[in-house]
Design a protein around this ligand. Structure first.
Ligand SMILES: [Fe+2]
Length: 481
């Protein structure tokens, strides 16, 4: 099978190796691009499953060195040592009997009688962030207790992070937002009565509660993978995709772990990050994994957030390997929408409108990023995985101009790129002055690192990698000191 969906274990590369570069990597690009994602899909049934491997590209003087290393989670080490899964992943389940036993242990653990009993996977494969001193990385996933501390230089796993702050909630998002004051905004949830919006100190990792937001249907939370944040507000989006409690054990809900109830529409909880006040807004039903960007309008009257709307969670099912490897349903469209929430008290209804011009090439938008200096601010350009149709998978990269509604696209037949990381040029004045980095699974096998000019969206360089890198998720760029 192709590199993107490979079942082979990618070998570790603990000693950085200089990659062969075609073209010219800008000399100003000095620092490291690190990305999290599965190092293998061996034994897994879904693209979201697979044990975490960090891939690092260190740029200096126009050259790039690559290294990769698995995160030493209990889930990964058990699997490597025994060849058997100990814990269920997102869609790949251990046997029903084992699931029941783990659920029982979970109940025991929740009583406090059996603290330390490990029930859920600690596979920390979704995102990665640097610590403020640049010496460590934090790997992130949707379980609070599965954040790992990683040595930045060697990618060696140092240990699990214990926030030690008593904030409730087993679940979180792997998409905290970094605010200008240096804090991180995130939320937790669980099978209780509320979501908790928190501010995390990046030095101590202690989280402070900002607001409790009531669940629409306690104890069943909505699945929140990412959420909109600005300097003054967070939006807890209760879209109508709800956890199915039975499926948490057996994974047999309509959409793997979730039920879809579009008749319930969407409830947007607007949280004032300064006061903790919560206000609710009605919105149409939608399904999105990620938000492109969120900002308050210059006159302060509205908050806007942009996203690719899949319409329903069918995309979650279509990312199963059954579909990817054999059925190959056509890719679900996710046109870009802008949601506007009034901040002036004029209405309790949020409105939605299309952002891009009506054209085939705009219909798929996933793994979106913006220039990090424009995150939480009014912006013009987004960089996304897109599609050149017909296809069953995101097979292109696009630069969206959300003011004009136009796009530029990079596509090479048979290639599968992932999240395009925009790195601004130091001292840049223009929003799109910089490069875009993406790991691409090549048509002929193997992988390369693609470097695009962020303005023209044309290739300036590619670096051939020693090993193929399976399809992965999110990353960060850490400038050199
Ligand atoms: Fe994500």
């Amino acid at each position: 099978m192709r590199t993107a969906f490979s079942e082979e274990f990618t070998p570790e590369l603990t000693v950085p190796v200089e990659a062969e570069v075609q073209g010219k990597i800008p000399i100003w690009l000095h620092g490291s691009f690190v990305r999290n994602g599965p190092g293998s899909h061996h034994g897994m049934t879904h693209l979201f499953d697979g044990y975490a491997m960090l891939v690092k590209f260190a740029f200096k003087n126009g050259s790039v060195k690559v290294s990769h290393r698995y995160i030493d989670s209990v889930a990964y080490n058990t699997y490597r040592d025994t060849g058997k899964m100990q814990f269920s992943e997102f869609a790949t389940r251990v046997s029903p009997l084992k699931s029941l036993w783990l659920a029982f242990l979970g109940i025991v653990a929740s009583t406090g009688i059996g603290p330390g009993i490990k029930v859920f996977t600690d596979n920390s494969s979704v995102n990665v962030l640097p610590t403020p001193d640049g010496k460590q990385l934090l790997s992130l996933t949707e379980s609070v207790s599965s954040t790992y501390c990683i040595d930045f230089d060697t990618l060696k796993t140092l240990g699990r992070l214990d926030h030690g702050d008593g904030v409730e909630g087993l679940l979180t998002t792997a998409h905290p937002t970094l605010l200008p004051d240096g804090s991180l905004i995130n939320l937790t949830s669980g099978f209780g009565s509320h979501y908790t919006v928190v501010r995390q100190d990046r030095t101590t990792n202690v989280r402070t509660e900002i607001a409790k937001v009531p669940l629409k249907h306690p104890p069943t939370p909505s699945w929140i993978h990412d959420f909109p944040v600005t300097e003054n507000y967070a939006v807890v989006p209760e879209t109508p995709i709800f956890f199915n409690t039975k499926a948490a054990i057996f994974g047999d809900a309509e959409y793997i772990l979730f039920d879809w109830k579009p008749e319930e529409r969407t409830l947007l909880h607007l949280v004032n990050l300064k006061t903790g006040a919560v206000t609710q807004f009605d919105a149409p039903p939608y399904f999105a994994f990620h938000y492109i960007n969120t900002f308050e309008t210059a006159d302060g009257s509205s908050l806007c957030f942009d996203f690719g709307d899949f319409g329903d969670p069918e995309i979650v099912r279509s990312l199963s390997f059954d579909n990817i490897r054999s059925i190959q349903r056509p890719l679900a469209a996710s046109p870009v929408l802008r949601m506007t929430i009034p901040l002036d008290g004029s209405s309790t209804i949020a409105t939605v409108q299309p952002l891009m011009k009506d054209d085939d090439s705009y219909t798929y938008c996933e793994l979106p990023l913006v220039n990090p200096q424009y995150k939480t601010k009014e912006y013009r350009y987004a960089y996304v995985v897109s599609a050149k149709t017909p296809t069953f998978f995101g097979n292109a990269l696009s630069k969206f101009d959300v003011k004009e509604g136009t796009t530029k696209q990079w596509h090479e037949a048979g290639c599968i790129p992932v999240e395009p990381m925009m790195v601004p040029r130091p001292g840049a004045q223009d929003e799109d002055d910089g490069v875009v980095l993406s790991i691409v699974a090549a048509a002929e096998g193997g992988s390369f690192l693609l470097v695009l000019d962020a303005k023209s969206f044309e290739e300036v360089a590619r670096a051939q990698l020693p090993h193929g890198i399976p399809h992965g998720f999110h990353g960060c760029f850490v400038p050199a000191n």
